[in-house]
Write a protein that binds this ligand. Structure first.
Ligand code: MN
Ligand code: MN
Length: 469
């Protein structure tokens, strides 16, 4: 009697209750192996593409290898054609022309390829008590104390007085020197330890150690700075003033690695949002003969509010769609209004060490698949693009029908904090949009962690979205 009753309730539960499970209990071993293989590609890509310019360069290489050509405005395109556009070296659009009319709308996914870091100021190099340092201005939201005593590399580009430019990438190759922000020893930190956490290390204390050896001449001052500049001049042909017209970013020098005895996770710098950017890129490169025209956006400046001409608050995406519509002789605004979009950005994974800010029934967890986030924002959903029930329903049906393991995501408990994504800027264009991305531990730290299964499911999610008939 007892048994029978229990099984009835179990049957009813199975029918009525949400059945979300850890994906390891759902997936075949062969698919788990595929996930791990994709993540080997991902780690290799991350080690070559730590900043937005490098991500664009690597994406252009991969796109060309997959048969994409540079988009030419006014040129006639037809179904199956694959094109890309680079915006000022720091953002990129890739498109595969579909068989349906463009006015049926685009299947668009947008990830960002900028990540929190320490940018060099325009007059960065100085000497203090015979130590050479670089002044920085942090980029994006960071816990500043996390960025000291971490090995750092310098990436970016310098435009010289004559207009020529030189790319910088130092601290990544075997044998390269690296850099770091110093911190006070605990023995002498009585006063520092009384500071609130936001000021344990202050913005103006994020100075990068770059030299201590003086130019060999015991007369004169600033000889350590001089020797450092001499080395920079020999290597890059630059003078101090060339640093004024430069974009140099100090990023953690660590490589992307497996995390855990079981190697089920990935640790790397900049996974917000390159984990979505890589999987979105891979998905569009794998897209063949789609029904809808597909567009993958790799955008810049999300971490500082999507401002500037390489961020999604600018018109560059809209202009591209209008120009594309123009070459098909159709109304571009109709194309935009019919477009459905995934804002491909990460969400905060539940952390058992810090459970407090997560509502576990609504937040996302490692290994439960790609997170579908209906709304972000702060306080009363302020600043959120709240996806409609209809669009959530559509994405849910699409993922369920195509074996995409997915879960809901919510950026923390009500009033725990908050944040936003590019979803709002796509929504402003009059597109349907929802956030879909990978759960991340230690987001915005120098070393972020994701799950291999979730990363693979993001790739699968973008792929089935592009492949919709
Ligand atoms: Mn992000
Ligand atoms: Mn972020």
């Amino acid at each position: 009697m007892d048994n029978k009753e229990r099984s009835q309730s179990e049957m009813l539960k199975e029918k009525l209750f949400s059945q979300k499970k850890n994906a390891y209990f759902v997936l075949e071993d062969s698919e788990i192996n595929s996930a791990f293989e994709v993540c080997e590609e991902y780690k290799a890509f991350m080690n070559k593409a730590k900043i937005e310019r490098e991500f664009v360069n690597e994406s252009v290489k991969a796109a060309k290898a997959a048969g994409f050509t540079e988009y030419e405005a006014g040129k006639k395109y037809s179904a199956g054609d694959k094109v890309y556009v680079v915006n000022r070296g720091k953002a990129m659009l890739l498109a595969v022309i579909g068989t349906r009319p463009l006015t049926d709308g685009i299947r668009l996914a947008a990830a960002h390829i900028d990540s929190p870091r320490l940018d060099l100021k325009q007059h960065p190099l100085y000497e203090d008590k015979e130590i050479a340092l670089l002044k920085t201005h942090y980029y994006g939201g960071i816990k500043k104390y996390q960025w000291s005593t971490v090995p750092m590399a310098l990436h970016g580009t310098i435009v010289k007085a004559d207009g020529s430019s030189v790319d910088v990438n130092i601290g990544e190759d075997e044998g390269d020197p690296q850099f770091c922000v110093t911190d006070l020893l605990i023995h002498l930190a009585d006063e520092q330890m009384k500071r609130p956490a936001a000021k344990v290390v202050k913005g103006e204390e994020l100075n990068i150690l770059v030299g201590s050896r003086p130019f060999k001449d015991d007369k004169g001052s600033q000889l350590v700075k001089l020797y450092t500049l001499q080395l920079l001049n020999e290597k890059y042909g630059i003078t101090e003033d060339d640093l004024i017209s430069a974009e140099l970013e100090a990023v953690p020098a660590c490589k992307a690695v497996d995390i855990g005895f079981d190697r089920s996770m990935i640790g790397a710098y900049g996974q917000d949002d390159k984990v979505c950017a890589f999987t979105e890129l891979k998905a569009i490169l794998d897209t063949k003969d789609p029904a809808y025209t597909c567009v993958a956006v790799l955008t810049d400046k999300e971490e500082i509010g999507s401002m500037g001409n390489t961020g999604l608050e600018s018109e560059y995406l809209r202009y591209f769609i209008l120009r594309l519509a123009n070459s098909f002789g159709v109304d571009g605004t109709a194309v935009i209004s019919a477009t459905q979009a995934l804002s491909a950005d990460v969400n905060a994974a539940f952390d058992p060490t810090f459970p407090e800010p997560t509502d576990i029934n609504n937040g996302c967890r490692l290994n439960y698949g790609v997170a579908v986030t209906k709304y972000t924002g702060a306080r009363g959903k302020s600043g959120s693009s709240d996806a409609s029930a209809e669009f959530v329903g559509k994405v849910r049906r699409l993922f369920d029908a195509n074996g995409v393991e997915w879960q809901t995501g919510e950026l923390g408990k009500v009033d725990a904090g908050g944040g936003g994504t590019v979803a709002q800027y796509l929504a402003n264009l009059d597109m349907d949009v929802i956030d879909v991305g990978v759960p991340v531990l230690s987001m915005h730290s120098p070393f972020e962690v994701t799950s291999k299964i979730d990363t693979y499911m993001a790739y699968k999610a973008f792929k089935v979205f592009f492949a919709e008939k």
